[in-house]
Every structure is written in structure tokens, then in C-alpha cells.
Design a protein around this ligand. Structure first.
Ligand code: DX5
Ligand code: ZN
Length: 216
């Protein structure tokens, strides 16, 4: 099983994004997690295509773009042009989710589907074959630095069962409140990719913090 860390740049110092990219480049993290928020799907507004594009020029690692926006299908081509490798949309935000996932793949990206904490795992039952990754939100999306919702752990196991039953090779990603105290449990439950914002950029030594998460 993969043990991938995807540091969330939402918790980085936006005045020093280049420096944050350099740090993650030198670390064992394989992905960059970029949280795009529109002030509609979530209460917060973060950043959009120009920042994704700038970070594309700062790394050769995987750009893992998490869209917390309504009707994400409107921007598939733009995020591809900006350099996204994975594009994740919320099941709650896209009416024609199956078509949206197809559009993401057709554009040359890997397609992710995110589930809010209240959304049951069976919501992805019919799109398991169309997704390269399923993201379990373990906080209510919108902000970094929130507390992990404990029931998310069981949700990973339920998702794992569903993917096995569907013969799907989709990765399982967990996002929100991930830290060195819960990382081992999350990997053991079946997570392949852990997103970590505060646990990485809030640490005195982010490179060491990433290593601790991988070796948790
Ligand atoms: C929350 C975002 C997360 C966030 C995680 O809406 O999707 O990616 O940055 O931050 P931490 O790890 O601090 O909970
Ligand atoms: Zn995220």
C-alpha cells in the first residue's frame, strides 16, 4: 500500500510560497495538495488557477488540486492548463458527477471525488470505476487546523470494502486534522494518501514532520 503525504499549502505562508515549495521538494512528500475554495461551497475563499500555475513552475511533484467550489465542471480545462495532475471535485457540488469525472480524465488528469463528513460512502458506489481517487474529508471543509472527526476512521474501512467489491484501484485519500498521532491508524485502515496542512507547515521542521507522518 502506498504511503503518500500531500502537504496542504493552505497552511503555508502565502508570502513565501516559493520557499514552501522548495521545502516540500526536498522532503519525502510525493504530492502537493492545493485547496481551491470559492466562498460558496465552503465559507472561505482561498486561491485559484494563478497560484496553481505558479506552483506548477516550482515543482515536478504531483499537483493534487482539491476543488471546494460549486459546479466544478466549469473549470476542468482551466485547472488542466494550470498544471493539475489530480483534480478532485465534491460529490455534493457536481450534479452530473459521472460526466464531470469523465471530463477530468478526458482532459488528461486523474479524477478524484471528495465526500464531506456527512456524506455516506455509498454516494460513490456508482462512480467507483470512474474515479482514480476517493477523498474522505475528516473535517468540514473550508479551513485548515481543525480537529479530526473520529468517525472518519471507520469510513475508510467502509470505503475500502466498497472499492474491493467494485474491483476499483482508486486511491483512498484522507484530508483534515491529520497528524502524527493518527497517521498510523489512518494508513492501517486503508488510506493511501494523507493530506496534512497544519501538521506540516505548523511544525518547526516541516521536512522532519513529513518524515514522521510517513513513518508513523
Ligand atoms: C480543508 C482542506 C484541507 C486543509 C487541511 O478544507 O481541504 O486540505 O488544508 O488542513 P489540516 O491538515 O490543518 O487540517
Ligand atoms: Zn484539501
Amino acid at each position: 500500500m502506498a504511503r503518500i503525504i500531500s502537504p496542504s499549502f493552505l497552511s503555508a505562508d502565502f508570502l513565501r510560497l516559493g520557499e514552501a515549495a522548495r521545502i516540500v521538494n526536498e522532503s519525502r512528500a510525493e504530492w502537493f495538495h492545493l485547496d481551491v475554495m470559492d466562498g460558496m461551497f465552503v465559507p472561505n475563499i482561498s486561491f485559484g488557477m494563478p497560484v496553481v500555475k505558479a506552483l506548477r513552475h516550482a515543482t515536478e511533484k504531483i499537483l493534487d488540486v482539491h476543488l471546494m467550489i460549486v459546479q466544478p465542471e466549469r473549470y476542468v480545462a482551466d485547472f488542466r492548463a494550470a498544471g493539475a495532475d489530480y483534480l478532485t471535485v465534491h460529490v455534493e457540488a457536481s450534479t452530473h458527477l459521472h460526466r464531470t469525472l469523465q471530463a477530468i480524465r478526458d482532459a488528461g488528469m486523474r479524477a478524484g471525488v471528495a465526500l464531506n463528513p456527512h456524506t455516506p460512502v455509498w454516494a460513490v458506489e456508482e462512480v467507483a470505476e470512474s474515479a482514480d481517487m476517493i477523498l474522505i474529508m475528516s473535517v468540514n471543509p473550508g479551513f485548515g487546523g481543525q480537529r479530526f472527526i473520529a468517525s472518519s476512521l471507520e469510513k475508510i474501512s467502509r470505503l475500502k470494502d466498497l472499492l474491493l467489491r467494485k474491483n476499483s484501484a482508486a486511491l483512498i485519500q484522507v484530508d483534515g486534522g491529520v497528524n502524527r498521532d493518527n497517521a498510523a491508524q489512518l494508513f492501517a485502515a486503508g488510506a493511501d494518501v494523507l493530506v496534512a496542512g497544519n501538521a506540516v507547515f505548523g511544525a518547526a521542521d516541516p521536512v522532519a514532520a513529513i518524515q514522521q507522518l510517513i513513518e508513523a
